[in-house]
Design a protein around this ligand. Structure first.
Ligand SMILES: [Zn+2]
Length: 304
């Protein structure tokens, strides 16, 4: 589920919860009102309260004093009734879980902390279904060049989302540890509460095919997630009117939204230009926003 779909779902849940709390409070008051004396006191008390507020905003000093005395009088009778009949006044008002937003999920037009916390919990539950490698799984005996690559990747994760680097390309032959590093980055960012999607180019290509033929697909999730990881770019078949077009649209739209796309590939930049097109090539190779890391000369499989 995408972040915006999750937010909508959580808001609907809150609406239901709020509505339920209101029904419970109304029901409690209605039951109390079956007693005629309570009903009379309750109605008069609320009327006196409204009168007092109205007069405070429009009446003269004498009127205010009069309304205030009337309110005090009925309020005293009402409170006496409540305490002598052991009425739980808290139940007369809807009981909301969050006192910041009264379970609306919003404060001053922004998402409330309660909704944000729930959203992050749901996103990380969604992401934790995968078992990614973590930076803690890295062998301490790696080469200086690999150590340097790891520290660049870690630093980028620590800075996120405040880095000018939007696209990262892990480039080099098979078995050099590109996927391992992407997994470490993904798990680090997931633990920080970001919505990461990790996919292979093959699976992404297939989702694009489904989208192209108006079938349910994950293409919108690829567009929306905070960080998209595409593993093994180049392993997917080239589908006419689909592979290049959709890959470009995804990378380009994400770039416009300042959302990073991390890639691993056995291809060189020249291969990328030849296999896809100059638009994809220019977005992946633009040094202003993209960083390409070469894993060549490193064979992790031999090392472990
Ligand atoms: Zn709240």
């Amino acid at each position: 589920m995408t972040k915006s779909q999750l937010i909508n779902e959580l808001k609907l849940n809150l609406d239901r919860k709020r509505h339920q709390a209101q029904i419970l409070a109304d029901q409690y008051v209605q039951d109390l009102c079956k007693d005629d004396e309570f009903k009379r006191l309750y109605t008069n008390y609320n009327q006196a309260k409204i009168d007092l507020i109205k007069i405070k905003y429009g009446g003269s000093g004498v009127d205010v004093l009069e309304a205030s005395n009337a309110f005090d009088k009925i309020s005293k009778l009402y409170q006496e009734y409540i305490s002598s009949h052991k009425i739980d006044v808290r139940r007369m008002e809807p009981s909301y879980e969050c006192h910041k937003c009264n379970d609306t999920g919003a404060v001053n037009g922004r998402l409330c902390e309660c909704l944000k916390a729930e959203l992050n919990k749901r996103l990380s539950e969604q992401n934790k279904q995968y078992k990614f490698a973590t930076f803690a799984d890295c062998s301490p005996n790696i080469s200086p060049s690999l150590t340097r690559i790891y520290s660049i990747a870690k630093e980028w994760c620590n800075k996120f989302p405040n880095s000018h680097i939007l696209n990262m390309n892990m480039m080099g032959g098979t078995g050099t540890g590109k996927t391992f590093l992407l997994e470490c980055m993904a798990s680090d960012l997931i633990n920080k509460g970001f919505n990461v999607m990790f996919t292979t180019a093959f699976a992404l290509n297939d989702e694009c095919r489904k989208y192209h033929f108006s079938l349910p697909s994950k293409v919108n999730e690829y567009m929306d997630c905070d960080i998209l990881v595409i593993d093994d770019l180049g392993c997917e078949p080239l589908l006419k009117n689909i592979t290049v077009e959709y890959l470009f649209n995804i990378i380009n739209l994400r770039q416009k939204r300042y959302k990073p796309t991390l890639i691993s590939t056995n291809l060189t930049m020249e291969d990328i230009l030849n296999r896809y097109d100059d638009r994809i090539f220019s977005r992946l190779s633009n040094k202003m926003i993209a960083l390409s890391i070469s894993f060549d000369g490193i064979d992790m499989r031999k090392r472990f």
